[in-house]
Ligand binder design. Structure first.
Ligand SMILES: [Zn+2]
Length: 269
């Protein structure tokens, strides 16, 4: 249950849509329709998620992942039905599983087995019906090959995962992240696909990060700045402003306008 002593905090964003945040700055969302509910991501908190979900919704609930990273999928085993974009399923064994394993160990959690063979593959344009409302699937390649955004037209919400960060910076340095030119192309396509959703509220996978100093709320103009930032890094007109070590890898932070990226040098191509 959410409360002072719980690992989770809860906010009702609008009727039947809840944001759940954990102590690791991970944000998950429960969207309830008339017949079914969809849990978007799970976080990696040490406490199970199901008791909190059951306090909000007593019908069937499925899990859909914005992408296959540890901090979005750790509680997969609490769900009997899980969906993920086909490109993350395809990249699982060779690329994403090692990243998830290292993230588990690095955060002191016991690595779990994720039964990817039982996962329902999602594709661009798919819809997930919940009864009275449905969520659309928008492919947003870059942070992972199969990163997606879920669009809730009934509530005018976009659940963006880590596709372009949560307002402070996008992590694009890990194995499985696109190189910059591929990410820029994906952002260009995404800007076209997101036009019909102008004015929707964007909800990222780490929404508390939008309150950090220098952060900006997620918006289409931030995505535009992210696309420009890619160009400026590629043509050498934007220099890194910070260098740090992440999981033993040297990474560089670049910033332009509202957008910031964390890269390793081999992604600049
Ligand atoms: Zn991620």
């Amino acid at each position: 249950m959410a409360g002072q002593n719980s690992g989770y905090s809860l906010e009702e964003l609008c009727p039947s849509v809840y944001a759940i945040d954990d102590r690791q700055e991970e944000s998950m969302y429960l969207v309830c329709g008339r017949e079914r509910a969809l849990m978007i991501d799970t976080g990696s908190n040490g406490e199970p998620l199901t008791p909190l979900i059951r306090s909000l919704w007593d019908g069937p609930v499925a899990l859909a992942l914005t992408h296959a990273h540890f901090d979005h999928m750790y509680h997969w085993d609490e769900f009997s039905e899980v969906s993920l974009h086909s490109e993350d399923i395809a990249a699982w064994n060779k690329v994403l599983r090692p990243v998830v394993w290292i993230s588990s160990v690095g955060s002191g959690k016991k690595p779990k087995r994720y039964p990817m063979e039982s996962c329902r593959p999602l594709r661009e344009g798919d819809t997930i019906p919940l009864g009275g409302k449905e969520l659309g699937v928008i492919h947003a390649k870059g942070h992972t090959p199969g990163s997606v955004i879920f669009a809730d037209e009934a509530d005018r919400l976009l659940f963006t995962g880590d596709a372009f960060g949560s307002g402070s910076y996008a992590w694009m340095w890990m194995p499985g992240c696109s190189c910059l030119s591929e990410y820029r192309q994906s952002l260009r396509e995404l800007l076209v696909k997101l036009r019909p959703y102008e004015g929707y509220t964007m909800l990222g996978g780490h929404r508390k990060q939008s309150q950090l100093p220098g952060a900006n709320p997620l918006s289409l103009s931030l995505v535009e700045d992210m696309e420009s930032l890619c160009t400026r890094i590629l043509d050498g007109s934007c220099q890194w402003e910070a260098r740090e070590r992440n999981f033993g890898v040297t990474t560089y932070t670049y910033r332009w306008g509202q957008a910031a990226l964390v890269l390793r040098k081999n992604k600049i191509c």
